[in-house]
Design a protein around this ligand. Structure first.
Ligand code: NOJ
Length: 423
């Protein structure tokens, strides 16, 4: 029998985007990048000109929160320069429209992109990036503190640093530079602590601001339990991408800089003969299906892992948690609805079990520019037709399903074993 899973009334039901992926008209290291499908981010969803309409869509979706980035490269033309007034005004206008629609913003300060003058000076390998970032944050928060109380300093520092310095996926496409990977993470962690001091001091008109990073959590494992080398690779990946990064940001006294921990959760990566068995890693979806690996167009699904990671983080760090991202990419909407249902069941179980989870942000509001993969991955609650230069938005069935959850503050689920298709 179907059941109803009720969530707390004050739970944030949100959706998420990032500037490079939706805004268009940005000048950062992605501007000249051409993705594997031939797409580039120069116009993206044109959220830059269309944000008012997109807020109306959010209101139609019934979300009460929006995790949005603010693009550093738009606001500062040089180190320690004053912020660009008209560009700042656009973001202020967006925040005011969100407020009028009853939508709480969570602002992300760094989401895989930097101003050109940071990139040309060595990016996050250069220690001088830390004070430059803190200066930017100081100016930004002084302008926005009355409007924003939820701050997400860094989005997936692990993904950013690994794709930039280890895996060659993000500009400048370096490979296997382990020391650079570690160094950039360490600099971002210091910047997080210092930005957190600035955010606390600025306050939010009497309300204490909430500050945290969004950590990507991926489970790693061998495809065949006894494959020793794949087990080893999974162990190394877990250490490098999960443990090391969490220790850098939350270890020892640094833990006090955060008031929450954001979790971006998509699933599991298993290795077979050293190859990651996920479409995002180049594996063939047909072969994966034949092997019984359940994936969307990006990652292996593992809904049960969401409950595990939430309980672990709760025990280990004792911080309030947000699911800062979860979603799936597929043209099969039934699959996406099922995937969301399964993950929300796990989330609900964790909340019922006493884990302090305060909100869930569906990735993403819109189909958008998925970095190396361009526009080929469909994550949107709203579909965008990129073949039509007017970039029309259209509600998807996943969006309608999510709207019903946002409105009811609850989700209706079928019994667990009816969803055996998704592990
Ligand atoms: C996490 C990243 O933050 C976001 O930019 C990306 O689009 C999604 N994962 C999906 O891959």
């Amino acid at each position: 029998m179907a059941g109803v899973l009720k969530f707390p009334d004050n739970f944030l039901w949100g959706t998420a985007t990032s500037p490079t992926q939706v805004e268009g008209h940005v000048a950062n290291e992605w501007t000249d990048y051409v993705a594997s499908d031939g797409g580039h981010c120069r116009v993206a969803c044109n959220h830059y000109h269309r944000y008012a309409e997109d807020v109306d869509w959010m209101a139609q979706l019934g979300v009460n929160a929006y995790r949005m980035g603010i693009e550093w490269s738009r606001l500062q033309a040089a180190p320690f320069a004053p912020l660009n007034g008209p560009e700042l005004e656009r973001y202020v206008d967006l925040l005011d429209r969100l407020k009028a629609a009853g939508i709480t913003p969570m602002v992300v300060l760094h989401h895989f992109s930097n101003p050109p003058w940071i990139t040309s000076a060595g990016g996050w390998l250069n220690p001088a990036t830390v004070p430059a970032f803190v200066d930017y944050v100081t100016k930004l928060v002084s302008a926005l503190k009355e409007r924003v109380w939820l701050w997400n300093t860094f989005n997936e520092p692990d993904t950013y640093a690994s794709l930039t310095y280890l895996l060659g996926g993000f500009p400048p496409f370096h490979k296997w530079r382990l020391l650079s990977y570690r160094k950039s993470i360490k600099h971002m962690a210091v910047a997080h602590v210092r930005a957190s001091e600035v955010l606390r001091q600025a306050g939010n008109g009497g309300r204490t601001p909430e500050i945290g990073i969004a950590k990507n959590w991926t489970f790693f494992g061998p495809f065949q339990k006894h494959a020793l080398w794949d087990r080893l690779l999974a162990g190394i990946s877990h250490h490098a991408f999960n443990r090391f990064v969490l220790d850098a940001f939350l270890g020892g006294r640094r833990r006090a800089a955060s008031t929450f921990l954001g979790v971006n959760y998509y699933g599991l990566t298993r290795f077979k003969n050293f190859e990651p068995m996920v479409p995002a890693g180049g594996a063939c979806p047909k072969q994966l299906a034949q092997l019984g690996v359940v994936c969307d167009d990006m990652f292996e699904r593992h809904p049960g892992g969401l409950g595990t990671v939430l309980r672990n983080f709760h025990r280990r760090y004792g911080l309030p948690l947000y699911i800062t991202e979860h979603g799936s990419a597929s043209s099969n909407e039934n699959f996406r609805i099922l995937d969301l249902t399964e993950h929300l069941r796990e989330l609900h179980g964790a909340v019922e079990g006493g884990v302090d989870v305060r909100g869930f942000f569906y990735w993403s509001l819109l189909d958008n520019f998925e970095w190396q993969f361009g526009y080929s991955k469909k994550f949107g609650l709203l579909a965008v037709d990129f073949n039509d230069e007017r970039l029309p938005r259209k509600m998807t069935r996943v969006g309608e399903f999510y709207r019903s959850i946002c409105q009811a503050r609850a989700t209706t689920v079928a019994p667990r074993n009816s969803h055996a298709a998704i592990r």
